[in-house]
Design a protein around this ligand. Structure first.
Ligand SMILES: Cc1cc2nc3c(=O)[nH]c(=O)nc-3n(C[C@H](O)[C@H](O)[C@H](O)COP(=O)(O)O)c2cc1C
Ligand code: SF4
Length: 438
């Protein structure tokens, strides 16, 4: 049985990571545009502590306790405590499976793709550790098609060295917004239909082919790999006491160096923008948290901590870490309407309020943005009728995003109704896949 001090000494054996709070933790500081192979990965992070033979269960229990002490929460959007998910799958009857959710269906987000393209071994380490903790007999990585080959190569490198105690394979993700929802990922693997299950299942008990299934975001698992190496106390040297650790943020829009950056949770919003070169133009607003997220005013948001608690006054959450900077020259209503149409078209087509409600809302909002006759009262009524009425969070997320747009860009509504718009450019800020643009 491994003792606490043995565990601590194994943790101390891992090489330290430079920088305040150990940042950057997940992404190499100097990204050469190539994935870090196994040798580079081990040189940067050190070996994982061993968990073999009779020690294996005790090690796994120690790791689970360490992840709980670290306070790690999911980086896929909902910020659910990771240790609780791991414990639920470990306690379930049957042969568990670990599914790495690297789908990243959100068109504006790139953090999981960049992570897997850069540090595939860190994600695989975390997934294999999750398998040890839950007793899973298999790891399936669902990765964006653009990075599937990189992950495949990393798996082959490990397989040749017989590194992993369980089989690991990669499956290309489906290219749909809702495809990353946990039950949609399981359905994609089970029957090739990347849609959420109408009655939300308890995946921890009955997931893929009825097996206990852990669906965990790729970034979350990379943090698991570092917590097991360096310990909970180290993990907590970044972030806030209530929301510890770092997170990957995709910064897009009117910044000088858009891209994926790693920040401690609670970093001021202005510093997050500075990490991407700072504003490239005068800004009007930020979209925080993605296409289920919230428009917040700029510069009012600048000094707020980038954390759930810090953004609460503006009713925003970091979610999966998108920050989109809207320049003053762009029309916030037009951006909101374009993404609303995209979200409506991305409904999985199973729940009436989601299918018909989002479509009607997007059409009406499109009229508002184009300055055509429209009823705001009707729009607001439909928003309240759709909210909370789907099997998954898709309609709620869309409603949250649209409401925040109507609220923040409310003063523009009158202008638009009179055929005016304060925006001076038609260049879109928020990306929407071309095939779906109407
Ligand atoms: C419509 C929708 C899309 C989602 N897309 C993703 C995604 O692309 N990647 C992801 O990790 N989680 C996504 N999620 C969240 C997952 O359902 C799930 O909470 C997450 O994968 C769990 O991992 P975590 O606990 O590590 O965050 C989505 C949720 C919804 C409702
Ligand atoms: S709420 Fe929408 S996206 Fe979610 S399962 Fe129902 S139809 Fe599909």
């Amino acid at each position: 049985m491994i003792t606490a001090s043995e565990h601590a000494s194994r943790i101390r054996g891992a090489p330290p990571i430079a920088g305040p709070g150990g940042l950057p933790r997940l992404l190499p500081g100097s990204f050469a545009g190539r994935p870090l192979g196994l040798a580079g990965h081990l040189a940067r992070h050190g070996e994982l502590p061993a968990a073999e033979g009779q020690d294996a269960r005790a090690c796994a229990t120690g790791w689970l306790a360490e992840i709980e002490r670290a306070g790690l929460t999911g980086r896929g959007g909902a910020a659910f405590p990771t240790a609780r998910k791991l414990a639920a799958v470990a306690a379930a009857a049957g042969r568990p499976v670990v599914v790495v959710n690297g789908t990243e269906g959100e068109p504006a987000s790139a953090k999981d793709k960049v992570l897997m393209a850069t540090e595939p071994h860190l994600v695989i380490d975390g997934a294999v550790l999750a398998a040890c903790i839950t007793g899973a007999t298999e790891v399936i990585i669902v990765a964006g098609p653009a990075v599937t080959g990189i992950v495949e190569e990393a798996i082959a490198e490990r397989r040749a060295l017989r590194r992993d105690p369980v089989p690991v394979r990669v499956v290309p993700a489906a290219d749909r917004f809702v495809a990353g929802e946990a039950s949609a990922v399981v359905n994609w693997l089970a029957n090739g239909r990347p849609v959420p299950t109408p009655v939300p299942p308890r995946l921890a008990q009955h997931g893929l082919h009825g097996r206990p299934t852990l669906v965990q975001n790729a970034e979350t698992l990379a943090h698991v790999a570092l917590i097991v190496r360096h310990g909970a106390a180290w993990f907590r040297t970044a972030g806030t006491p209530a929301e510890p650790g770092s997170m990957l943020v995709t910064v897009i829009g009117a910044v000088r160096a858009p891209g994926v950056r790693e920040v401690g949770i609670g970093t001021p919003v202005s510093t997050v923008l500075d990490a991407a070169g700072g504003p490239a133009q005068r800004l009007r607003a930020l979209l925080i948290g993605g296409y289920f997220g919230t428009w917040v005013p700029w510069p009012e948001a600048a000094d707020l901590p980038f954390s759930a608690a810090g953004l609460a006054p503006l009713r925003a959450v970091p979610a999966a870490g998108l920050v989109a900077a809207l320049p003053a020259a762009a029309c916030g209503l037009a951006e909101t309407a374009r993404v609303a149409r995209y979200l409506a078209d991305e409904s999985a087509g199973q729940c009436g309020p989601c299918v018909f409600g989002l479509d009607a809302i997007a059409t009406e909002l499109g009229r508002v943005a184009a300055g055509r006759p429209a009823s705001l009262a009707l729009l607001r009524r439909w928003l309240s009728q759709v909210d909370g009425r789907g099997a998954c969070r898709h309609p709620d997320g869309a409603v949250r995003f649209i409401r925040s747009g109507l609220e923040l860009f409310g003063p523009e509504l009158d202008l638009h109704a009179r055929g005016w718009c304060s925006g001076t450019t038609d260049d879109p800020v928020l990306p929407v896949p071309r095939r779906l643009t109407r």
